[in-house]
Design a protein around this ligand. Structure first.
Ligand SMILES: C[S@@+](CC[C@H](N)C(=O)[O-])C[C@H]1O[C@@H](n2cnc3c(N)ncnc32)[C@H](O)[C@@H]1O
Length: 343
């Protein structure tokens, strides 16, 4: 059986790496500029974290990680800020990041790995750097499968939509269609110990719920799973709720439902006011551990070193920015089957 080895560009805390490893791929190293990701990346995945910009790397640097004879996978999830709705309104501020997908393409040209995968927000396809990336792959003879996916179709208990590209020089490979029943919030986090707002579980420092102000406590008590703030008594509503517009205005200050996948975990997923992040029945927002599990991280994934405090903003950003490990696992399983077929 051929061995697949990988390097993960823009590796963050290792969501993609964790999933690829579960599929049997040996991830040798990850590159990221954010040093706080080093501890979670290395302690959970046994791969080396290199604090270095992808823009400074060469194909020769990457080649050093792979063993002779291994099938080489270059994986990466370039920062999606340039492609997010928010960034579209202030593109100029983020212009430096537009080049990062181009740097990924440059490294593919220099390394010529057998396999490539890239994950991003669905809107990536509206932008020129994405089309340059695909052009590079096709000119180099890669078979490319690129599509928008619904994470819930692959056993992730979350309504997240992502864009996944897989490419191979060994022949055509593609993501499978949806499989298995959708996992629900109950399936994922129903077993966790109960907590009040502001409490931390004694055995897991990540199972901690943000405190709520007295008015927000009244609001969550008035919220039904799957309901909206429009059902609250008038005195609990604020002018800012009434001023909200657009498709998502009903999904702030709201509880998730037990029997459905969760909404997309954002970097603010621990915050009752920023999405449907209220627990289905306990009067609090979801904890950092619940958010990580809803992203399909293993139940015991470590985000901060022993003795360090898990700060909501810092860990929320790690969780919300991650590729769901289960999505990485599905991609990894496709590559493993593909390489075995090609052997
Ligand atoms: C969407 S996150 C990646 C998530 C990660 N793949 C995971 O699965 O957990 C994007 C990452 O790109 C990193 N980043 C931004 N600019 C970078 C650069 N020039 N070189 C390397 N990493 C960079 C950020 O620090 C962030 O961790």
């Amino acid at each position: 059986m051929s061995v697949i080895e990988a390097v993960d560009l823009f590796c963050g805390v290792g969501g993609l790496t964790c999933g690829l490893r579960s599929a049997g791929i040996r991830v040798r190293a990850g590159y990221d500029i954010d040093p706080v990701c080093k501890y979670p990346y290395e302690s959970n995945n046994g791969a080396t974290f290199v604090t270095q910009s992808v823009a400074e790397l060469s194909g020769a640097d990457l080649a050093n990680w792979y063993s002779p004879g291994a099938i080489r996978l270059l994986a990466g999830c370039a920062p999606c800020q340039p492609f997010s709705t928010l960034a579209n309104s202030c593109e100029k501020k983020d212009e430096t990041k537009w080049g990062l997908l181009g740097e990924f393409a440059r490294l593919v040209r220099e390394l010529k790995p057998e396999l490539v995968t890239m994950e991003n927000v669905p809107r990536v396809t509206n932008h020129a750097p994405y089309h340059g990336f695909v052009r590079t792959l096709k000119e180099m003879g890669y078979h490319v499968d690129a599509r928008r996916v619904r994470c819930a179709d692959y056993g992730i208990p979350q309504e997240r939509r992502r864009f996944v590209l897989i490419a191979s020089r060994l022949g055509p490979a593609s993501l499978p269609p949806a499989f298995g029943p959708a996992r629900t919030v109950r399936d994922a986090i129903g077993h966790l110990p109960e907590l009040d707002a502001g409490e931390t579980d004694a055995t897991d420092p990540l199972h901690k719920a943000r405190s709520l102000t007295p008015i927000n406590l009244q609001r969550i008590r008035a919220s039904k799973p799957g309901g909206t703030w429009e059902e609250w008594p008038e005195e609990l509503r604020s002018p800012c709720h009434k001023a909200l517009t657009g498709a998502s205005y009903r999904s702030v200050y709201a509880r998730m439902r037990w029997d459905k996948p969760a909404p997309t975990m954002t970097t603010q997923c621990y915050n009752f006011g920023t999405g449907r992040f209220g627990h289905p029945e306990q009067d609090r927002s979801i904890t950092l551990r619940e958010a990580a599990i809803l992203q399909s991280f293993p139940n015991d994934y470590k985000f901060v070193a022993p003795g360090e405090t898990a700060h909501f903003a810092a860990v929320g950003r790690m969780i919300g920015n991650a590729v769901p490990p289960r999505l990485g696992e599905v991609v990894g399983q496709v590559f493993v089957a593909h390489v075995n077929d090609a052997a």
